[in-house]
Design a protein around this ligand. Structure first.
Ligand SMILES: Cc1cc2nc3c(=O)[nH]c(=O)nc-3n(C[C@H](O)[C@H](O)[C@H](O)COP(=O)(O)O)c2cc1C
Length: 403
């Protein structure tokens, strides 16, 4: 931290102050479940901000199915094989993670807590797991890297301007990120009707329609007012251009013309682990590996892109079979319980990522809230293993579930 810029020191100090304040108020409060943290976030945030994270595309059918489909999988426990304690750790791309849950990339996390990306990355580090930084973060690639020593990955898009994709990758490489995630399911923006109805734009604008919504959440307003320049910090012109202009620029740079050759190109300049996110078809998993991918994330963007797409837990088994153990397969989408993580692991996932739950944790109490979210998953996974008579993650396989 000795070479930290003024901006960076200010960002880290703000996160620390805010988290300490919240810790003081909420020290004794232990959230019971991720659902409870979501309810708290709902109370803390203006409705339009809560809906920005909570909502999905169009009918939200895929989003709901992501969660519901986990419930179709029942455990068939064999209780007599347990031990006094259980080992939840895994190894992934050379890093040791203390639990098979990571924080997935979510743009504009700074809307939920000042410099939310730094707060969440520090929570991940404290919990012994990895953080994936979105390209659309409100802090820069460089500042986040300096603020945490934990495993961190950078998430990139294949833009129309391929030079932009490359420049982000080069910055992430220089800043010491351990892996890069390339998201392939964002060729055009998904249509989220809640955002249209609430007039939500980035950054949120005060209007007659939402004034009451905003002023009745003074805690959030106060935190945002204390945080100057909440913007898409990674874009070169972030300091000069308005957030709205940057938002429009990013949208115009999304690329329906993305193809496998693009992955070949990225492979020429990204030497570290390369993970493809947004895979739902087994043949795409096979193709990604043949183009040099080191990992797959089974994802439908949390049901925020193609409404009607298959849920991720339903897509997982065929992808795991097609991959045949050549690279790790990860999963996100609707993972709300430790039991969901164990179900995904039983079907062959190496680990799960959480999107919305970490934003709810941020909204509830910053770094402290995300830390608690991760601890909820840890204790739930531990309990499921104990009740299934298992002592470590490697023992979780398809035999744990009803065929
Ligand atoms: C507010 C929000 C912003 C997101 N931004 C990104 C992003 O910038 N890049 C990306 O690859 N995925 C993004 N996602 C998708 C998540 O990485 C992840 O796939 C999804 O949230 C997982 O589902 P879950 O929220 O049910 O856990 C975003 C999701 C949310 C809710």
């Amino acid at each position: 931290m000795s070479n930290a810029s003024f901006e960076e020191r200010r960002a880290v100090r703000a996160v620390t102050e805010d988290s300490t304040q919240c810790m003081r108020f909420k020290r004794d409060h232990r959230y019971v479940s991720v659902d409870e943290v979501r309810e708290l976030a709902k109370r803390t945030l203006p409705r339009m901000v809560f809906d920005f994270a909570d909502g999905g595309a169009e009918t939200e059918g895929t989003m709901r199915r992501n969660e519901a489909a986990f419930g179709d999988l029942s455990f068939v426990p064999r209780p007599m094989g347990g031990a006094l304690s259980r080992d939840l750790s895994i190894r992934l791309f050379g890093s040791s993670l203390s639990l098979p849950v990571m924080i997935g990339p979510t743009g504009f996390a700074g809307l939920f807590w000042p410099h939310g990306e730094i707060a969440a990355a520090r929570a991940a580090q404290a919990a012994g797991t990895a953080y994936v930084m979105s390209h659309a973060s409100t802090v820069t690639i460089e500042d986040l890297s300096k603020a945490t020593d934990g495993p961190k990955w950078f998430q990139n898009f294949i833009y129309k301007d391929r030079g932009l994709t490359r420049s982000f990758a080069e910055r992430a490489l220089k800043s010491g990120y351990d892996a890069m995630v390339v998201t392939i399911d964002n060729q055009v923006p998904g249509f989220r009707e809640r955002d249209v109805k609430s007039d939500f734009v980035v950054p949120p604008r005060l209007s007659l329609k939402n004034a009451a919504d905003v002023v009745t959440h003074p805690g959030w307003v106060f935190r945002m007012m204390r945080t100057p320049n909440v913007t898409f910090a990674n874009y070169a012109s972030a300091q000069e251009a308005s957030v709205m202009a940057l938002s429009a620029y990013m949208e115009s740079n999304l690329n329906p013309d993305v193809g496998w050759d693009d992955l070949d190109e990225i492979r020429t300049y990204w030497p570290k682990p390369l993970i493809v996110k947004g895979v739902l078809h087994p043949l795409d998993a096979v193709e990604a590996i043949s183009r040099g991918a080191d990992g797959i994330i089974v994802s439908n963007h949390g049901g925020r892109q193609l409404d009607g797409a298959i849920s991720t837990i339903e897509a997982l088994p065929a992808i795991v079979d097609a991959v045949g153990g050549r690279v790790p397969v990860l999963l996100d989408g609707g993972v709300r319980r430790g039991a969901d993580v164990v179900r995904a692991l039983a079907l062959g996932a190496k680990a799960c990522l959480i999107g919305r739950p970490q934003l709810w944790g941020l909204a509830a109490s910053g770094e402290h809230g995300v830390r608690q979210v991760l601890e909820i998953y840890r204790s739930e996974i531990d309990r499921v293993l104990a009740l299934c008579g298992l002592t470590k993650i490697e023992q979780v396989d398809r035999s744990c579930l009803k065929p």
